[in-house]
Ligand binder design. Structure first.
Ligand code: G
Ligand code: G
Ligand code: MN
Ligand code: NA
Length: 254
């Protein structure tokens, strides 16, 4: 409870930061985009894992203003990278169910994109299967409204949910992110490899881009590239980093 009180003021006290993890194109290793991941640097405890504070924020409803802050920060960062002369990237952020269900998300996204001159395709929202399926009809309208703003939509942790696959045709999804548990066991476990390959095939058949998360080994990257996976993300390339570290990483790769 004390932690919640502190989390409530974390943003205004400058304790929240977004770190950025690269997604590279499988074909040539070039930088396709980055995923923004929240970090909380607590004055005494130091770095608190999002696995700890995101559930707290979700249960308390704090995730809604916090998520609005993330949208604004991502758009501001897109503008800074553009000002620094970087080619256009796709910058993804994670959305919680309560944000998608709330009334303000679409206005917040529209305002932040407009204020920072974010172009279509530059902002991507990561949703989970279960989020989309709850109140499916209302979500369908919201997702279309977001798409109309030029936002792209990705399904995160794909393959771990319980939802039917039928929604993939009904919802305006652009991308599937294969859950890292499948990628992690792919080389040892024929079932996980088959699932990974099937997701790539399914995604492409439906006209979706496919991203593999949690790529840690060069041998995994080779198998995924040969299977036609579009983008790769994981510790093989980089951990989530502060913006200045990402700039150095990008510099070193060129
Ligand atoms: O960065 P890390 O792997 O520790 O993140 C743990 C979890 O926290 C992941 O599932 C990630 O999606 C989630 N997470 C990180 N940043 C955000 C955010 O800005 N909003 C939401 N809703 N979840 C986030
Ligand atoms: O649920 P979501 O996909 O948003 O979670 C992203 C989380 O995955 C981040 O916390 C990030 O730190 C973590 N992550 C990113 N790449 C790797 C990886 O290669 N291996 C492992 N184990 N975790 C990763
Ligand atoms: Mn994610
Ligand atoms: Na994931």
């Amino acid at each position: 409870l004390q932690m919640l009180g502190q989390l409530r003021h974390a943003a205004e006290q400058g304790q929240l930061h977004l770190h950025w993890q690269p997604r590279v194109r499988a074909r040539d290793g070039s930088l396709a985009g980055v995923e923004g991941l929240l970090r909380w640097v607590h004055p005494e405890m130091g770095q608190v894992s999002p696995a700890q504070f995101i559930p707290l924020a979700e249960d308390s409803g704090l995730i809604v203003p916090m998520g609005d802050w993330v949208v604004e920060q991502a758009c501001a960062q897109i503008a800074r990278w553009r000002d620094a002369g970087w080619p256009s990237l796709s910058v993804s952020i994670n959305l919680s169910a309560r944000q998608l269900q709330g009334d303000e998300l679409i206005d917040v996204v529209r305002d932040s994109m407009a204020r920072h001159g974010v172009l279509p395709g530059e902002l991507e929202l990561e949703l989970t299967e279960s989020m989309v399926m709850v109140d499916a009809e209302a979500n369908l309208q919201r997702l279309h409204a977001l798409r109309a703003l030029g936002v792209t939509l990705a399904i995160d942790d794909f393959g771990t949910g319980y939802s039917s696959l039928a929604y993939l045709n009904r919802f305006p999804i652009d991308k599937l992110k294969i859950d890292r548990s499948f990628v992690h066991d792919m080389l040892d476990d024929p079932t996980d490899r088959a699932i990974t390959m099937a997701i790539i095939g399914l995604g492409h058949t439906l006209g979706l881009k496919v991203v593999a998360e949690g790529v840690e080994l060069a041998s995994e990257a080779t198998v995924l590239r040969d299977a036609g996976c579009d983008e790769l993300q994981g510790f093989l390339y980089a951990r989530p980093m502060a913006a200045d570290e990402l700039a150095a990483w990008r510099e070193a790769r060129q």
